[in-house]
Design a protein around this ligand. Structure first.
Ligand code: SAH
Length: 464
């Protein structure tokens, strides 16, 4: 099995309820391209995203991979998630919360243990970045009903979600018939349990008022745009997306992504420019990890991810004017990527269960990349001074949180063999390690306030 087949996994009949994962990966709809001001009437035939990008590249020159990724995913007219229904059989990937309720429940239990670890604050705020269908949050909230003393402290649930379609789905799942109202920053409603729930475009706009934040990011970072760089004899160069007849092979070594020189037709492809870009001057020299790499090394870097990680870290360790920590919280990041190395050539595009070229048809495939856990760790530790735990493998983390016992309880409640088998299958899928399965490839990392107890799942015990 290719190492990519375990990520953005096809449902294999394991998804809960509908059997398919509804999948969408919007990013911020910034383009990196110069907008065209036009007063001309709308053209009768709508241009495809490929045509728009090709003409922009012809005008401005090659664009960064990050700009290309954002366009492909969230171009407001033709981005992958905007124009097609990602929830049908054509978009069937599956993520851990969609495999079993056990995942969300255990994340909920972890949040509870962290609430205890940070001295049981009177008011807390649950924040989730990129909640997808809202399943993880729904399972957490359900689990919290058994822990009234904590549940009563939850003042607000905040979902950071760029996609209007997904917001609607999250609202339906979490709030039922409760109306959805517009707010200054997004929307608000009440959950089925009566809690205030709000939607935001950006974590930075989520309020901070006297509430301990507990922040979850499950498969959020892998959707954020990346830059690729190559260390050449002339210094670092940023790989750019061009639209032309390729003169050399695209320097991307993923399956099905060879672009050997064929007929003389223009296409999207990566190119290594002879010149340095603003990003290639600044980013590779920003960390010792990159500086020491030899000539011909390639790296993937996501400054947008650094920014989000820093914002998370600052929030869970907010300080007052005397430098004392106020509103101490915790954060949990679950995603895939190497635990201790820099991602290389991990950009992948998936369409209808298959890995395809990210350059074939812009906007037609889901794009994602490995998360650089070390980079997130560095930014959180060095720039926000928080403690970082992990990353540990998902399988280990779930075992420590008690997935074995929970699976047994759920299986015993099943009245049919089919039901028992379903629980066993879901359990295995979440914790399995062999062949690059989810239990190994997915990693879990936590941010906690400096000096607070080591969290459960990372070597610590429950703090009473
Ligand atoms: N956490 C869910 C969904 C993961 S898919 C799960 O594991 O099942 C990624 C999620 O992040 C989607 O909800 C997507 O809409 C959201 N997203 C991606 N980029 C975003 C951005 N820049 N701002 C806000 N939400 C974003």
């Amino acid at each position: 099995m290719s190492r990519f087949m375990c990520l953005r996994v096809p449902s294999r009949g394991l998804a809960r309820s509908s059997g398919v994962k509804m999948w969408m990966r919007p990013g911020r709809a910034t383009t990196g391209l110069r907008p065209y001001a036009s007063t001309a009437p709308e053209p009768a035939v709508k241009k495809s995203l490929g045509e728009i990008l090709a003409s922009a590249i012809k005008t401005t020159g090659p664009i960064s991979l990050a700009a290309y990724m954002r366009q492909c995913l969230t171009n407001p007219e033709s981005g992958y998630y905007i124009n097609k229904d990602p929830f049908g059989a054509g978009g069937d990937f599956i993520t851990s919360p969609e495999i079993s309720q056990m995942f969300g429940e255990l994340v909920g239990i972890w949040v509870l243990t962290q609430w205890m670890a940070v001295s049981k604050p009177d008011e807390s705020r649950l924040i989730e970045l990129g909640p997808g269908r809202g399943t993880l949050m729904a399972d957490m909230l359900k689990a919290f009903q058994s822990f009234g003393y904590f549940n009563h402290t939850v003042k607000e649930i905040c979902l950071v979600e760029a996609s209007p379609t997904l917001r609607e789905m999250q609202h339906k799942l979490l709030c039922g018939e409760e109306p959805l109202e517009e707010t200054e920053y997004g929307h608000k409603s009440r959950t089925k349990y009566g809690q205030l729930i709000s939607w935001y475009m950006d974590l930075k706009t989520v309020p901070k008022d006297d509430c301990a934040p507990f922040i979850i990011a499950h498969e959020f970072f892998d959707a954020l745009p990346i830059h690729q760089f190559e260390h050449t004899q002339h210094g670092w160069r940023e790989l750019l997306v061009d639209y032309s007849v390729p003169k050399v092979e695209t320097p991307l070594s993923l399956p099905n992504q060879t672009t050997s020189i064929g007929p003389e037709v223009a296409k999207f492809h990566l190119t290594v420019p002879a010149y340095a870009t603003a990003s290639s001057r600044v980013i590779p020299s920003s960390s010792e990890r990159y500086k020491k790499l030899p000539i011909h090394s390639k790296i993937e870097v996501s400054p947008e991810s650094w920014d989000v990680a820093l914002e998370i870290a600052k929030r869970i360790q907010e300080t007052d004017e005397l430098g004392r920590v106020v509103n101490a919280g915790s954060a949990l990041i679950v995603d895939y990527g190497p635990a201790d190395t820099i991602p290389v050539d991990s950009l992948r595009a998936i369409k209808q269960h298959h890995i395809v070229s990210p350059f074939e048809e812009p906007g037609a495939a889901d794009l994602s990349a490995d998360v650089d856990f070390v980079a997130l760790k560095e930014v959180a530790r060095k720039e926000a001074g928080v403690d970082v735990h992990g990353p540990v493998e998902q399988g280990d983390w779930l075992h420590t949180l008690g997935i074995g016992a929970r699976a047994t309880v759920l299986a015993n409640k099943q009245t049919t063999q089919e039901g028992k088998d379903r629980i066993a299958k879901a359990y295995n899928r979440l914790v399995e390690r062999s062949g690059g399965a989810m239990g190994k490839v997915y990693k879990v990392m936590a941010f906690t306030p400096k000096g607070s107890p080591v969290p459960v799942g990372f070597g610590g015990e429950v703090v009473e």
